[in-house]
Design a protein around this ligand. Sequence first.
Ligand SMILES: Nc1ncnc2c1ncn2[C@@H]1O[C@H](COP(=O)(O)OP(=O)(O)O)[C@@H](O)[C@H]1O
Ligand SMILES: [Mg+2]
Length: 302
Amino acid sequence: MADAEIMVQADGLVKIYKSKETEVLALQGLDLTVEKGELTAIIGNSGSGKTTFLNMIGGLDRPSAGKLFVDGRNLFTMTKNDLVRYKRETVGFVWQNNARNLLPDLSVLENIMFPMRLTNTSKKKDKALELLERVGLSSKKRSKMNMLSGGEQQRIAIAIALANSPKLLLADEPTGNVDRATADRIFDIFTELNNEGQTILIVTHDMTLSSKVRRVVAIRDGKISSERILRESYRERLKEADIDWLSENTQDEYAILDRAGRVQIPKEMLKNMKLSDNRVKIEQTGNKVLISSPDEMPEGAK
Ligand SMILES: Nc1ncnc2c1ncn2[C@@H]1O[C@H](COP(=O)(O)OP(=O)(O)O)[C@@H](O)[C@H]1O
Ligand SMILES: [Mg+2]
């Protein structure tokens, strides 16, 4: 895995959660490549494996099979010590609910400096102040964490995740518990960070946010099922107020071919095909492949 341009490379990634009674196949051969400098959103129904995937990348949990490289480092062969360093230096994590991550009795500034406690430089405070400015909360530096609103706490959580200058910023539904205006504010912070080169992977349910992201990948049943790419014409217009991001077709949608040549047909299309069993007719015309119902009458014979 020597490609210097690649941040995340997952190949046939599998995660099985085992308990005494059951086994849950949370990731079922997930393939995804994320380049450095990208801002990528991951969407998908509840239970589709989004958090599991992010936790694998964040080194919070170990994959069961397949391959996973982050910044050229193999998450499978990493020792425990490697993993501790990896979590401190390579990735930063923003959770949906950051309560477990924030120290309520410490000030905002102390909270941001906390992850840097192993960095023995006098620059800690400068860095914390700089991050506070990034998230627009300089005026709150002396406030105790528990005096802040949910949205403010979430912005502090972003500053904390950035404290050790991670190569990859991971965020799991960072706008899940905040109102529209705060969600937009948080999204603007991610966009600005990305414009400065920060690679970001963000799980979101928020369709307004995902409609503005350059690349959105959808997970279904533990695999990437489709991908949407922001149209060129919208890329420079993220701040424009007169765009209805939810109803305009801002992105082109693609199905994803996996490494074995399988492609998942979107649910809606499948429904419209009205198949009576699991067989489909597949034929090629030029460079196009047509998948149809075996019962379908040929064109012209109707
Ligand atoms: N620690 C765990 N133990 C057992 N099953 C789990 C665990 N974490 C997640 N799962 C299961 O794995 C699947 C994917 O979960 P998750 O990654 O949390 O989905 P999402 O974040 O997309 O909602 C679900 O079926 C969930 O119940
Ligand atoms: Mg989740």
